[in-house]
Design a protein around this ligand. Structure first.
Ligand SMILES: [Zn+2]
Ligand SMILES: [Zn+2]
Length: 434
């Protein structure tokens, strides 16, 4: 699917909507309703209104930017200061290493869009766009209207088939359908059922997520966090964004229920900060989701990471100083670059280079004061040359520290497990059911 240009999907979806909506009316419903002496337009106008809403919401979902992180955005000083406190277990604020920006709450990096997306839900090939903070409502209205239209078309198709069978049963053979009508009846029935099945499941799932105020990514995160809590790996950590079903819906579709199905580009949130549930501290939104302690590696912001790197460099430097690098890989081929029967892969040579450079930095490149500087920006991050980037030139932590696991599009290494800092609501609080 990756090889197919996104615009092909958009054209395909538009054609599918058009075929189901208009071939059914032109070849089946209009002649049949006239034949049955029904008021044709009274029956078909509601269908056409829903079809127009489908087109309009689809257009908005495709063309609306889901939300990008403003270049100057940074979490509050209280969150930034966590990184400065050098608490080994607390890696610091969420930060995207690819985009080099702090991640607002609920934002994730999309590898298709190659940037961080605000309140990212998922990357949808069918709209050739990410579904995020600013187009989630359009996406939701689109799938709901598709369901309504498909049910409407299915109802009329079933009515038409029953009408034909009734006519035949009463020996009125002049009511037999033409070959063209049979073809379009079959085509529309098959397409309608496929779309209804797929979009039905999708929209059911998104209505469930809407009621819980969670994105698709957050529903995975919640499942993972609940498992960790059940296994006693972390302290209970309440999902901070669920405000109760009605407010959850309002947070996406707006505060006026009369406008929930009106497709406009009005924004219900800036996508950068979010209301949290009663009894939960505001700062919890910056700390979701807590991480599995087993996966916990210190982030590039933490003092623990810095100390580990220094320790590793010193240990490796000692080995290197003995003119011996035990890679554990044996080679009989001396021309491959091995020493005393040992070979170095390119990766190992790179690592040696990093170690050599780093040791020279630690011994000569840094003054003692410089060496005490932590590897995190002490001030909100800004584009352009920064402390972090300046440090990368001297010692690139990203080369020495390569994450080895990825969960979908999100770079989880940037999330923080700051469970113990968060004042939690009591277990009996009102949104426990969420
Ligand atoms: Zn990013
Ligand atoms: Zn995307």
């Amino acid at each position: 699917m990756d090889a197919i240009p996104g615009k092909v999907f958009v054209v395909g979806v538009t054609l599918l909507i058009t075929v189901i909506a208009y071939s059914s009316q032109y070849f089946i419903f209009i002649p049949a309703l006239k034949e049955a002496e029904f008021d044709t337009w009274k029956i078909l106008i509601p269908l056409n209104v829903v079809v127009l809403l489908i087109y309009w919401n689809y257009y908005l979902a495709v063309t609306t930017d889901p939300g990008k992180v403003p270049s100057q955005w940074a979490p509050p000083a209280s969150i930034l200061s966590i990184g400065e406190k050098h608490i080994p277990e607390l890696p610091g604020p969420r930060f995207c290493k690819t985009c080099q920006v702090y991640k607002p709450p609920r934002a994730h990096h999309c590898s298709y869009c190659r940037r961080c997306v605000l309140k990212m839900d998922h990357h949808c090939p069918w709209i050739n766009n990410c579904v995020g903070a600013h187009n989630y409502a359009h996406f939701l209205r689109f799938v709901i209207n598709v369901n309504i239209a498909c049910f409407y078309v299915l109802g009329l198709l079933i009515w038409r088939v029953r009408y034909i069978l009734d006519e035949i049963r009463h020996f009125r053979f002049n009511a037999e359908p033409t070959k063209t009508e049979v073809i379009f009846l079959t085509l529309n029935f098959v397409l309608d059922m496929i779309v209804l099945f797929c979009v039905g499941i999708l929209s059911g799932y998104h209505l469930y997520c809407l009621a819980r105020n969670q994105s698709t990514i957050e529903s995975w995160e919640r499942g993972k966090v609940e498992t960790m809590i059940r296994r006693g790996k972390i302290l209970p950590f309440d999902y901070p964004f669920s405000l109760g079903v009605y407010k959850n819906i309002c947070s996406v579709l707006g505060n006026n229920p009369l406008l929930w199905f009106v497709p406009t580009r009005r924004l219900t949130s800036d996508g950068l900060t979010f209301e949290v549930a009663a009894g939960i501290d505001e700062s919890a939104q910056y700390l979701w989701p807590p991480r599995d302690p087993d996966d916990l590696r210190p982030s590039i912001f933490s003092a623990k990471y810095r100390r580990q790197q220094e320790r590793r460099q010193l240990n490796m430097a000692e080995e290197d100083s003995e003119d011996y690098y035990d890679s554990g890989s044996m080679s009989d081929n001396d021309s491959f670059g091995g020493r005393d029967g040992y070979s170095l892969t390119d990766e190992e040579e790179n690592m040696q280079q990093i170690v050599t450079d780093s040791v020279s930095q630690l011994t000569g490149g840094f003054t003692s004061n410089q060496a005490d500087q932590p590897y995190y920006p002490s001030q909100p991050y800004h584009h352009g040359p920064t402390l972090l980037q300046g440090q990368r030139r001297r010692f690139d932590p990203y080369h020495a520290y390569t994450p080895d696991d990825h969960v979908d599009d999100d770079d989880e290494d940037d999330t923080t497990p700051l469970v113990s800092l968060i004042p939690r609501a009591s277990p009996a609080k009102e949104n426990k059911a969420d």
